[in-house]
Write a protein that binds this ligand. Structure first.
Ligand code: 5GP
Length: 199
């Protein structure tokens, strides 16, 4: 698929972070600071967790619906993570980029690698949120939602892979102790993006 560079006038801020890193809080803080800032809502075939609402955290679809969307070319990128499919719909991102907006996407490494091939590098900033050891992250995630041993094991394997992805990040934010400072650091990234993009 070809995305015309002339159609990309905004900027994509990619947030990559292992499970339980506090990325949700950090992104929410930035969204509250900048009225024009938007976050894409991905599609996923995974089951909803307690407290999640369809259309808010994700568009929750069946595995069959997800596959139909793949066939119909509806995704800019998609990947399998911990046994479930996740993807960014073109309709969630391309009109906003054509409209000069700054868009946050929270995706994992395979998706980032696809975006790197599709979007101009100077219109994409990759942020990695670092949040401590696997033990710390696992404890946080377990407190958030119950997870089977199989899912935990699968996520641990992905965590190791995600850790190795850090070198592709433009900015690494340390959220191992001070969430307020991490929010401010992410805010500075967004501010810098607004000041340099072709809005
Ligand atoms: P969770 O199931 O914990 O919400 O998300 C699992 C992983 O999927 C996270 O690393 C998250 O960033 C990633 N993810 C969420 N949406 C997308 C997407 O649209 N595309 C890709 N490639 N990854 C996604």
């Amino acid at each position: 698929m070809q995305v015309e560079n002339s159609d990309i006038r905004g900027h994509v801020v990619v947030v990559m972070a292992p499970m339980g890193s506090g990325k949700g809080t950090i992104v929410k803080y930035a969204l509250a600071q900048y009225p024009g800032l938007k976050q894409t809502i991905s599609c996923t075939s995974r089951a909803m967790r307690p407290g999640e609402v369809n259309g808010q955290q994700y568009h929750f679809v069946t595995a069959e619906e997800f596959d139909r969307k793949i066939e119909q070319g509806e995704f800019l990128e998609w990947a399998v993570f911990a046994g479930n499919k996740y993807g960014t719909l073109k309709s969630e991102i391309l009109p906003r980029l054509a409209d000069c907006e700054v868009v946050i996407v929270e995706i994992e490494l395979q998706g980032v690698e696809q975006l790197l091939k599709l979007l101009p590098r100077d219109q994409m900033t990759i942020v990695y949120i670092e949040a401590g050891s696997w033990e710390v992250l696992r404890a946080r995630a377990a407190a958030r939602a119950p997870m089977s041993e199989t899912e935990l094991q699968s996520r641990y394997e992905r965590y190791l892979i995600e850790q190795r992805a850090k070198p592709i990040a433009d900015v690494i934010i340390d959220n191992s102790g001070n969430i307020e400072r991490a929010c401010v650091e992410f805010d500075q990234v967004i501010r810098a993006v607004y000041s340099k993009c072709k809005l």
